[in-house]
Design a protein around this ligand. Structure first.
Ligand code: ADP
Ligand code: MG
Ligand code: ZN
Length: 599
């Protein structure tokens, strides 16, 4: 007993020594970073320039140089007529870089310098070359620690990791929460269930698109049950050196055993739990990791209350072995939020924001069908940023609307200059979409038409959001095709020439038409058959030239839709002209103005 303890102490001492060295190294680095930031933050307020002013100055050609740091929204600006540099904050760095590059193309002699993120780069190269060594040392320390130092230290570290998130922080998902409350109960009172002879579930799989709140709800379970939350991402397992994946799983579960009852959360489980097919390279490595996980889960004893939650957005990729009884035998789908869910999410995330009373969360919820929780949270945050830039007292409705557009279509680019010819083309293209959909009963109303470039689009037509619905009819899909091709049809009709501007419309239309035929069985000639067959060989069941037939059907759908779009535009040529002309004058038409034209 005593000896054992001493051995442990020895190990601990060694570990401590190495920890100390790492600590000193880290302190040196931190000090460097701190000095860097301290010196660079000296600039005070009158040395900053507002983003909107900056854009203006750039378009006047007054800016000589812009210095950006990767991963930071803070930039330095050097004006042509001034010695000192100014600072500014850029809301969307990608869009900003694009804008500057566009300016350069137009002959503006502005310089754009992009520095890499790290202040470390400022430190001489000799120090930099030590970095790998430092990282190695840190790694060793981590490995030593994982091999089980004093239990006390670990428990301390992990109880800190208890989350404060509760079910009330997760909006919507009422049914899913109800299902998961059971798990909370297991974690809280395992003996209640084992007395009854019930086997406690070991694993729960959460399916859902990124941003739907899988991690959030997993944390909420741990929070509700007041147990530690240990998490790791599937991709972390495979990034390790060969053989380490499996041992990491072992250590993760060992840790969980010590902390039981607890939750183990494995994000992106598809990274290790993908179907075990071939035996080559990386695959074998993943198999070892997966096997280890399965072995560990099979080995949980009845006294250990460990529940493994795993998340993925690609359930079809998972190895069936994962889904067997006693493993992840519970699966819960986390859907994108419905109208009420979206409203609840918006409410939760607007709590800590200064929203004006005029902001109508209901109408934002209505306009954002299909958005995930993460996207909605992002919209409110972007809204706050936009309000700050525009120097509003509070976040206004217009800020939120702008944020929605920014998240969906990209940032407005007032500064991009384009020729009259391009403008006319864009105006007719967008007017084409808008007019055609006005005459299609299943298509939603037009909300806004614009020829101000945004993101990568030269212009856009925005529709009112659909109510949430589960099914889309064939008629509706056909009409969607017509609306999509309305832009191209208008170009052809009015200018007798067509442009590359329709490429995205065509891409989307083709995808829909192909799915109508191969996925939803909507082709009259080919019938209700799934032609998307999971296995390559499946297709041969339908004969060798089935591909040709599918192609013909897809083409037929597109051709019909294009003809219909042209017909609608010819029948309503006056409306097409009015809208295009209005766009050329005002650049933007809103819902009311659009409706008026048709009165
Ligand atoms: P996932 O793990 O499914 O990719 P996350 O749980 O990481 O999604 O969600 C990202 C963020 O989005 C959360 O931190 C939260 O701010 C927000 N969010 C997502 N879903 C919800 C929800 N149902 N209620 C409240 N916030 C949500
Ligand atoms: Mg997540
Ligand atoms: Zn278009």
């Amino acid at each position: 007993m005593n000896k054992n303890k001493e051995g442990k102490n020895n190990k601990q001492n060694k570990g401590l020594l190495i920890s100390a060295i790492t600590l000193i190294a880290i302190i040196i680095i931190l000090a460097g970073v701190a000095i860097y930031f301290a010196t660079s933050n000296k600039n005070n307020d009158d040395k900053t320039i507002a983003y909107t002013d900056l854009i203006e100055q750039i378009s006047y050609g007054n800016v000589e140089k812009v210095e950006m740091t990767v991963g930071s929204t803070s930039i330095k600006v050097k004006m042509k007529d001034q010695e000192e540099e100014k600072k500014s904050i850029v809301p969307n760095t990608e869009a900003f870089i694009e804008l500057v590059q566009q300016k350069k193309l137009e002959g503006n002699d502005i310089k754009l310098e992009q520095k890499s993120k790290n202040a470390l780069l400022q430190i001489p190269a000799t120090l930099l070359s030590l970095l790998p060594t430092l990282i190695m040392v840190a790694l060793f320390v981590m490995i030593f620690k994982m091999q089980g130092l004093g239990e006390k230290g670990q428990v301390y570290e992990d109880t800190e990791r208890k989350t404060k998130i509760r079910f009330e922080d997760v909006a919507g998902l009422d049914e899913e929460k109800e299902e998961l409350i059971e798990i909370v109960d297991f974690l809280k009172r395992p003996e209640k269930f084992s007395k009854m002879g019930a086997k406690i579930p070991k694993g729960v799989l959460l399916y859902g698109k990124p941003g739907t709140g899988k991690t959030l709800i997993a944390k909420a379970i741990a929070g509700e049950a007041d147990v530690p939350f240990i998490s790791m991402s599937g991709s972390e397992f495979i990034e390790m050196f060969a053989g380490l994946g499996a041992s990491r799983v072992r250590k993760l579960i060992d840790k969980a055993r010590k902390l039981s009852p607890c939750i183990v959360f494995i994000d992106e489980i598809d990274a290790i739990g993908a179907r075990r097919t071939s035996n080559s390279g990386a695959e074998t490595e993943n198999n070892q990791t997966l096997n280890q996980l399965l072995v560990e889960m099979d080995g949980f004893s009845s006294e250990e209350t460990i529940i493994v939650l795993a998340a993925t957005n690609r359930p079809e990729m998972l190895d069936n072995a994962l889904l067997r009884p006693g493993r992840f035998d519970r699966q819960i789908t986390i859907p994108t939020p419905d109208l009420k869910g979206r409203l609840d999410i918006l409410k939760i995330h607007s709590k800590d924001k200064r929203l004006s009373d005029e902001v109508n969360l209901e109408s934002i919820a209505e306009d954002t069908a299909g958005f995930t929780g993460a996207e909605l949270a992002n919209i409110l945050n972007e809204g706050a940023i936009i309000a700050t830039i525009k120097k509003h007292e509070e976040i206004e409705n217009s800020d939120i609307e702008e944020a929605v557009k920014k998240v969906t279509v990209g940032l407005e680019k007032h500064s991009r200059v384009y020729s009259e010819k391009d403008k006319k083309l864009t105006a007719y293209h967008e007017a084409g979409h808008a007019v055609v959909s006005k005459y299609l009963p299943t298509q939603t109303d037009v909300k806004e038409v614009s020829i101000i470039p945004r993101g990568v689009a030269g212009g856009y037509t925005m529709y009112k959001s659909d109510e949430d619905k589960y099914y889309i009819s064939k008629t509706e899909m056909k009409e969607k095709l017509i609306a999509l091709l309305g832009g191209r049809a208008a170009e052809k009709l009015v200018l007798d020439d067509i442009s590359t501007g329709a490429s995205n419309d065509i891409e989307v239309a083709t995808k829909i038409a192909r799915e109508m035929v191969t996925k939803y069985g909507m082709s009259d000639n080919l019938g209700p058959i799934d032609f998307q067959g999971k296995e390559q060989n499946d297709m041969f069941v339908f004969g060798e030239n089935i591909g040709d037939k599918i192609g013909q059907e897809v083409k037929l759908l597109i051709d019909e839709a294009y003809k219909e779009a042209q017909k609608l535009l010819m029948d309503h040529r006056d409306k097409l002209d009015t809208i295009a002309q209005t766009l050329l004058q005002k650049e933007k038409i809103n819902e009311q103005e659009f409706k008026k034209i048709f009165e």
